[in-house]
Design a protein around this ligand. Structure first.
Ligand code: FES
Length: 207
């Protein structure tokens, strides 16, 4: 008996069907568990274990290895600022400090109102567009401290249902390394950080 919503269960079935072996779906299903409850609970990991026929300990071993699986409640918008070498050389630390200062949320924390979580992250593969920032894993390249402050204010006032890399790049980014090819109208859809590439994004017609 699943505790997940019917929509999440349907998505889980679709994802599992992509793989020759169920267990290969463990990572995308962990994102589903995270999107369902806002973070990865023990119950969520047990649910994933049942879906892919491995033990909860095996699921936990995967979940605890990767920082993108959040084990604590996360804000509606997760702002991840890269501070690895390319971004650091081009002002990534200043961008992070601008986000912290404007939001009042130190990295590694979530604001009391639950709107924003801030973290600094290691290289997110966008060195060509450094300094890079992600909101709910949607990328913005060439961010300046001033633009980072604008981004925080925008999240606070606009509170978009969907954050989309193209829109945020236009509003808050600088030079982009290449076209990330997110289709128009797509993006990471909350209420919690969700990862577009792995199927946690709502589709047309879904709320
Ligand atoms: S160092 Fe920041 S994206 Fe690679």
């Amino acid at each position: 008996m699943s505790h997940w919503s019917e929509a999440t269960q349907e998505r889980a079935r679709e994802i599992i069907a992509r793989y020759p072996q169920k267990r290969s779906a463990v990572m995308p299903l962990l994102y589903l568990a995270m999107a369902e409850e806002g973070y990865l609970t023990n119950e969520g990991m047990e649910e994933v274990a049942r879906w892919v026929d491995i033990t909860p300990a095996q699921v936990q071993a995967v979940a605890t290895f990767y920082t993108m699986y959040k084990r604590r409640p996360t804000g509606r918008y997760l702002v991840s600022c890269c501070t690895s070498i390319s971004c650091m050389l081009l002002g990534g630390d200043d961008v992070l400090h601008a986000v912290e200062d404007e939001s009042g949320v130190p990295h590694g924390e979530t604001g009391a109102d639950g709107l924003l979580s801030v973290e600094h992250v290691e290289c997110i593969g966008a060195c060509g567009g450094a300094p890079a920032v992600q909101v709910n894993y949607e990328l913005i390249e060439g961010v300046t401290p001033d633009k980072a402050r604008d981004l925080v204010r925008w999240l606070d006032t606009a509170r978009p249902d969907v954050v989309n890399t193209d829109e945020m790049q236009e509003l808050f980014g600088g030079v982009r390394s290449f076209d990330w090819a997110i289709r128009e109208g797509e993006g990471a859809k909350g209420p919690y950080p969700a990862f577009q590439a792995l199927g946690t994004v709502g589709r047309e017609g879904e709320t």
